[in-house]
Design a protein around this ligand. Sequence first.
Ligand SMILES: *Cc1c(COP(=O)(O)O)cnc(C)c1O
Length: 467
Amino acid sequence: MSHSLQALDRAHHLHPFTDFKALGEEGSRIIERAEGVYIHDAEGNRLLDGMAGLWCVNLGYGRVELVTAATEQMRRLPYYNNFFKTTHPPAVRLAEKLCALAPAHLNHVFFTGSGSEANDTVLRMVRRYWTLKGKPEKHWVIGRENGYHGSTVAGMSLGGMAPMHDQGGPCVPGITHVRQPYWFGEGRFGDVRDQDPEAFGRQCAAAIEEKILELGEETVAAFIAEPVQGAGGAIMPPASYWPAVKEVLSRYDILLVVDEVICGFGRLGEWFGSVHYDLAPDLMPIAKGLSSGYLPIGGVLVGDRVADTLIQEGGEFFHGFTYSGHPVCAAVALKNLELMEAEGVVERVRDELGPYLARRWATLADHPLVGEARSLGLMGALELIDPASGERFDKALAAGNLCRDISFRRGLVMRSVGDTMIIAPPLVITREQIDDLVTLAREALDETARCLVPRAADEPQPEERPA
Ligand SMILES: *Cc1c(COP(=O)(O)O)cnc(C)c1O
């Protein structure tokens, strides 16, 4: 069965972020069902989902309450739109709930179908805002290298993923990027090595000011960033970074857009990453964990400063999606947030599971392949290094992809970004399951070491290297 599905998949299905030809040759892994923190593939393997799907299944798989919320709403009103002065109860109730959970100055939400659409909306709102303020010259948006804001044209332009720009360019005009606060990659192993992390964090913030002056201080509309870079490699900035960034932005009257698509809804142990880092953003794109991934929905939480202008001075805003605030998606998202609240999921990540993962994850730092083990809330990363040289591996070895494939085979979904291994498990993971996750990660590292550096291994088994 899985064999014929693989053949059909190869014949007709173009996967996202995939080398189509290479996947066709290998065949895809088919996931058939899931419960809790586990997924099951068509070959009968059970895997611990260390990535919560794509950073989104915060409440874990198999929550019947969410299924019930969806089916009840489907029966009552499967679709209606929010255009032309209409709405429906799920969209209104979800908007109210989101504004109650968000920091006090965020009191409005614009719904979208995804995180990418949320960031397209951000770009439209930011430019509209400054035009309404009589400052249309303020049109530049500064993002960060290796930031991720989605895969639509605006999302990929706001993001700083060079391979995406190379394939999708020319990008949307008026968007530029500054260096990312990635200490391990650019402060420890960068052009200048072994910098002090806090000094490095301040330099990265200073790069924003340099860019503002380069562009002209009257021309910059907004700065967009993730609290912690997710797709870029679970990159937690040095503590000095965010306070310095906030200071620069306020000095030049530049809007702060904090992309909460991953960090929102408990990932970092607060409802929003902005709360953890005390960011007070003007705009907050959200998606993913908003519905625990059960149905597609996103949005932009809008701060009073921007909302008041759009409402009072804007007239009609010519923007929106057929599925903005879709009733079934909204009903599921609302139930998801209610369950998270009732079960104290966010507090448990902050007070118990995050600190527990931090302790257990840190034990991997003694592994010969690991140059750094870091985590915050339920997000973690391991930086692979070559134990023979103490340097990063030759990129051609694709050590991270090898470790990811081994990890999959051993029953743990761990993702690789270059030679950074990352995890972001469902927020309902237990301590015992965290122990299993760390054990499986260590076993994957051991096997990766045996493949890559036979000298460092007790029993060289290069034939284990998967094709
Ligand atoms: C995933 C992601 C997006 C894009 O969301 P989609 O729903 O895939 O369009 C945007 N921003 C961040 C930070 C993300 O992680």
